[in-house]
Design a protein around this ligand. Structure first.
Ligand code: C2E
Ligand code: CA
Ligand code: CA
Ligand code: CA
Length: 278
C-alpha cells in the first residue's frame, strides 16, 4: 500500500508539472500573439425582425495561431482573463473594431453600432473611459456607433457598476448586458443601471420551442424590457420557429445562425452591401 501511495503521488506531481508547463507555454504564446497581432475579428449581424435590416454588428475575436490555426475565444479568453493579458487583447479588439466600423462608414455603408465584449478586468480598469475615448479619437468613430457588452457578473458590485457605467455613458457610447438571465443581476437594481439594451442568453432561446419554462422566461424578459424602456435582442436564433415566437412576443432584434454566423470582415462587407440595397 505504501508503494502504491508513492506512485500515485508521483503521477499526481507529473500531471501538475505538465499542467503548469502547458500554462507557461500558453502564456508565452499569448504574449507573442499580442506583440505579433495574431488576432482577427469576426463579425455577426444583429437584425431587426420586422424589416430584415441589419441594425448592429458584434465583433468576436479569434486567434489565428501559427501552428494550430483558428482558435476559438472560449479556448483562450478565460486564461487571458486569469493572467491579465486580456487587458492588452481587449485594447486591440477595441481599436480594431472601431477602425473597421469607421472604414465601413467611410465606404458609404449604413452607419450602425459595433458591439465589443468587455472583460471583467477591463471593466474594473482605472481610466477605461480615457482609453476608450482615446480609441474613438484616434479612429474618428462617432461614440454612438460603439456599444460595449458587459455581463451580469460585472454588476455585482452595484456601486462600482453604476459609477463606471455613468462614466462610459458620458462618452456617448451604448452599453448592453450580455448573456442576460444566466447571472445574478438583481431586477431591483436593473432599473438603476444606465444601460441601453439586454441580450437574452442563447441558452434560453435554444429551447423556447420545446421547454415552456424557457418560453416563459424569454417572454417575461421581453415584457420587462418594455416596461424599463430598454432595447432587447435575442441571441442564438437558429430557426424560423424561434424567430416567429420572438416576433409574436415583441422582441424586435435577433442575432444568430438563422441570419448569419460570425464572418470575416470581407464577408460582412458583402452582407452589408446586399442588405442595404434591399
Ligand atoms: P458571446 O459574447 O455570448 O458571443 C456569442 C457567441 O455565440 C459567439 O461565440 C457566437 O459565434 C455564438 N453564436 C452566435 N449565434 C449563434 C447561434 O445561432 N447558435 C450558436 N450555437 N452559437 C451562436 P464565439 O465567437 O465563439 O465567442 C464565445 C465567447 O467568447 C463570447 O460569447 C464572449 O464571451 C467571448 N468573446 C468573444 N470575443 C471576445 C472579445 O473580443 N473580448 C472578450 N472579452 N470576450 C470575447
Ligand atoms: Ca457578446
Ligand atoms: Ca452573449
Ligand atoms: Ca456567452
Amino acid at each position: 500500500a505504501k508503494e502504491k501511495g508513492r506512485n500515485d503521488f508521483q503521477i499526481f506531481n507529473a500531471d501538475m508539472l505538465s499542467a503548469s508547463i502547458n500554462r507557461l507555454k500558453l502564456e508565452n504564446e499569448l504574449r507573442k500573439a499580442i506583440i505579433g497581432e495574431e488576432f482577427i475579428l469576426n463579425y455577426q449581424p444583429q437584425v431587426d425582425i420586422e424589416t430584415g435590416r441589419i441594425v448592429g454588428i458584434e465583433a468576436l475575436i479569434r486567434w489565428d495561431h501559427p501552428e494550430r490555426g483558428i482558435v476559438s475565444p472560449n479556448h483562450f479568453i478565460p486564461f487571458a482573463e486569469e493572467t491579465g493579458l486580456i487587458v492588452s487583447i481587449g485594447e486591440w479588439v477595441m481599436r480594431a473594431a472601431c477602425k473597421q466600423n469607421k472604414a465601413w462608414q467611410d465606404q458609404g455603408l449604413p452607419a450602425m453600432p459595433i458591439s465589443v465584449n468587455l472583460s471583467m478586468r477591463q471593466f474594473f480598469q482605472h481610466n477605461l473611459k480615457g482609453k476608450i475615448s482615446y480609441v474613438l479619437e484616434q479612429t474618428g468613430l462617432d461614440p454612438r456607433y460603439l456599444e460595449l457588452e458587459i455581463t451580469e457578473s460585472m454588476t455585482m458590485d452595484v456601486d462600482h457598476a453604476i459609477q463606471s457605467l455613468l462614466e462610459l455613458k458620458e462618452l456617448g457610447v451604448n452599453v448592453s448586458i450580455d448573456d442576460f438571465g444566466t447571472g445574478y443581476s438583481s431586477l431591483y437594481y436593473l432599473k438603476k443601471f444606465p444601460i441601453d439594451r439586454l441580450k437574452i442568453d442563447r441558452s434560453f432561446v435554444r429551447d423556447i420551442m420545446v421547454d415552456p419554462n424557457d418560453a416563459a422566461i424569454v417572454a417575461t424578459i421581453i415584457a420587462m424590457t418594455r416596461h424599463l424602456k430598454l432595447k432587447v435582442i435575442a441571441e442564438g436564433v437558429e430557426t424560423e420557429d424561434q424567430l416567429r415566437f420572438l416576433h409574436q412576443n415583441n422582441c424586435h432584434e435577433v442575432q444568430g445562425y438563422w441570419f448569419s454566423p460570425p464572418v470575416s470582415a470581407a464577408e460582412m462587407e458583402r452582407i452589408l452591401r446586399e442588405n442595404s440595397s434591399k
